[in-house]
Each structure stands twice: as structure tokens, then as C-alpha cells.
Design a protein around this ligand. Structure first.
Ligand SMILES: Nc1nc2c(ncn2[C@@H]2O[C@H](COP(=O)(O)OP(=O)(O)OP(=O)(O)O)[C@@H](O)[C@H]2O)c(=O)[nH]1
Ligand SMILES: [Mg+2]
Ligand SMILES: [Zn+2]
Length: 324
């Protein structure tokens, strides 16, 4: 058995996918196609190294959750279809993504998760401190992904610093939903739970803000991964990051999914185009400066300074340097 074909310890249901099996699976696929069999579809719940954990759409297709080896680049949230049966089952391909949350870093741009609707940007009241720059970066990432955003302030049981409340009021004025929560005490969690139903929501934010604690409060049986070896998912058999959990049913409400992400220290948005950046800053997008294509970066006749919050404008101008 080749090294990368090893079964992952403790992960029952993983199907080793050696070269020999790949050939056999290909033959099985051709036979199935010839027999007119239809492929079944599934959603990627988590990537673990080069393995994929999936949830089948139909319980009749066998196990509700299976782990398969994939060679293609798929991420949590991808809609995939499977071909073959039993041990011969493989991920045949994936559907075009409705949304694609990306992040840039030293190792380039990577997709964090696919097909999510909302990016919930989680901060803590003071420990760790609120970082407006990180929030603004994630708002750009959400906009660029085709997702909407919401702001979550967790640990509200530990007091609410005035300057943080002021920042949140500003985001609320920009039209963003804001939730003030305490995962520990369950404060306002019912309201947040209502918001999450009928959508797929990604919890993102600085390490230690309480994302996993929120997830545990929302999905009591979830065992979110903590203490990632490396936030980029390097390292054998460690999770590559995003992991999706179904919310418990709420009577009369459509189902919802929450995706937990490992904490980030920074969030690069180097994939955004410079002229596109202002479209992710609602207060800048419709400004009538002297030049119609003004980038709001100190040009003659730019009125951005008079019409936007100085911290937001600073975020924007800093991001402009990073954009392509
Ligand atoms: N006081 C208070 N502490 C909280 C609350 N939520 C989480 N914590 C604490 O904050 C610490 C970090 O919580 P986690 O849920 O692990 O934070 P995380 O955002 O998942 O962190 P990473 O996994 O590193 O990204 C833990 O010690 C929690 O007990 C809260 O609502 N109030
Ligand atoms: Mg966590
Ligand atoms: Zn301008």
C-alpha cells in the first residue's frame, strides 16, 4: 500500500483509492454508464487531507455520510456526484459553484468553501480585541464571493466597550445585520438561530473569538475541530479547515447549515481587482468625485474623506495596495 493510500486511523468508512482501484473504478463507471445507471449526488462536508467526507442526498444511496478519496480540487460545500457502487464509488465531478469564498496568503489564493450564503464575521467584545481591519477584509471577501455578510459580537457577557458598540453601529448603518451574543450564557442565541435557518452560514473570525463555542451552542452534538496544527491545513491528517454541520430542525423552519472555520490572524483579499474594491464598500461606491473612475486614493477632487468613516477609508486604501 502506498503511503498516501493509507487508511486514516479512526476514520471508519474511508475507502482507500489505490491506482489499481482507480483503474477498476474507471471500468466500473464505464459499465454503469453503458447500463444507463444514474450517478447519485452529495455535498462535501469536510476535506481531510486528500480525503473527502460527504453527505449523500438520498439515504437510499447507502450510508448517510461516506468518506472517499478524491483527486480533484473540491472544498466543503461543493456539490459532487458519485459514480460506481460500494468500494468502487468515486467522486465523478462537481457542480459549478454558486458562491466561492476565497482567501489569499503566502501560498497564493485558495477557496475556503463553496456554495455558502452568508459570511458571519465573528468578533469578541474585548478578548481578543475587536479588529475593524479584519472585519473590513472579510466583508470584501464576502462581497467578492457573492455572499452576504453579518456581524456577530460574541462574549457580550464580559461587558461591551463603547468604542466597539460605535463600530457596530456604523456597520448596522451600512445595512449589515448585527448580532450581540454570548455563546457561554446563550444570550440572544434564539434570534441568531432563527437567522441561520434556510441558509448556509460560515463562521469566520480571529482565533479565540468563540466560533466553535457558538457552533456547540447551535449544534449540541457537533464536535468542532479545535487546535488546528496549521491554519492553512498543512500537516498530515489534519483538517484542511472548513467543516459543515446541519442545524437541528426548528419547527416550521427550513433546514440550515453552519460551517466552522479555523481561526485566522489575517485574511488576504489579494484576488480582488482594484476597480472592484469600492463595490464592496457601500459608502464609497456611489460617490461623485471629480473623476468618474476615482479610486478614492488621494486623487484631485476626491470627496471620499468627507463622506466616509476615517477607519473604513483607511481599511479601503490599505486594501487597494493589496488588490490586483
Ligand atoms: N466569557 C465568554 N467566553 C467565551 C464565550 N464564547 C467562547 N468563550 C471562550 O473563549 C475561548 C475561545 O473559544 P473558542 O470557541 O475555542 O474560539 P474559536 O473562535 O473557535 O477559536 P479558534 O478555534 O482558535 O479559531 C474559550 O475559552 C471559550 O470558553 C462567551 O460567550 N463568553
Ligand atoms: Mg474554533
Ligand atoms: Zn474619490
Amino acid at each position: 500500500m502506498r503511503d498516501d493510500d493509507e487508511e486514516i486511523p479512526g476514520q471508519e468508512g474511508f475507502i482507500p483509492f489505490s491506482t489499481g482501484r482507480a483503474r477498476a473504478a474507471k471500468a466500473a463507471r464505464s459499465r454503469l454508464r453503458a447500463a444507463g445507471a444514474t450517478a447519485c449526488s452529495a455535498t462535501v462536508v469536510e476535506m481531510v487531507g486528500k480525503w473527502v467526507r460527504i453527505r449523500m442526498d438520498s439515504a437510499a444511496s447507502g450510508l448517510a455520510e461516506r468518506r472517499l478519496r478524491v483527486k480533484a480540487e473540491v472544498v466543503a460545500g461543493d456539490r459532487v456526484w458519485l459514480e460506481g457502487e460500494g468500494d468502487m464509488q468515486v467522486v465523478g465531478g462537481f457542480e459549478p459553484r454558486r458562491t466561492e469564498l476565497r482567501r489569499s496568503g503566502n501560498s497564493g489564493v485558495r477557496v475556503v468553501c463553496a456554495n455558502a450564503d452568508v459570511l458571519a464575521i465573528v468578533s469578541a467584545t474585548q478578548d481578543p480585541p475587536f479588529r475593524a481591519g479584519l472585519v473590513d477584509r472579510m466583508l470584501v471577501a464576502a462581497g467578492s464571493a457573492g455572499m452576504t455578510a453579518a456581524l456577530v459580537l460574541n462574549k457580550c457577557d464580559t461587558g461591551m466597550p463603547e468604542e466597539v458598540l460605535e463600530r457596530l453601529a456604523l456597520y448596522e448603518d451600512l445595512g449589515l445585520p448585527v448580532f450581540m451574543l454570548s455563546a457561554l450564557q446563550g444570550k440572544n442565541m434564539a434570534e441568531f438561530r432563527e437567522f441561520l435557518h434556510g441558509r448556509t452560514t460560515v463562521l469566520a473570525g480571529h482565533s479565540g473569538v468563540g466560533k466553535s463555542s457558538l457552533l456547540r451552542a447551535l449544534v449540541p452534538n457537533a464536535e468542532p475541530k479545535v487546535g488546528h496544527v496549521d491554519e492553512w491545513g498543512r500537516g498530515r491528517h489534519t483538517t484542511t479547515g472548513a467543516c459543515a454541520f446541519d442545524l437541528p430542525d426548528l419547527p416550521g423552519k427550513p433546514p440550515g447549515v453552519v460551517v466552522d472555520l479555523p481561526g485566522v490572524r489575517e485574511y488576504g483579499v489579494g484576488f480582488v481587482l482594484r476597480p472592484e474594491l469600492r463595490t464592496h464598500f457601500p459608502e464609497l461606491v456611489d460617490l461623485r468625485c471629480r473623476y468618474a473612475d476615482c479610486l478614492h486614493d488621494g486623487e484631485d477632487g476626491c470627496i471620499a474623506g468627507e463622506h466616509s468613516d476615517p477607519i473604513r477609508l483607511e481599511s479601503y486604501q490599505k486594501l487597494l495596495e493589496e488588490c490586483v
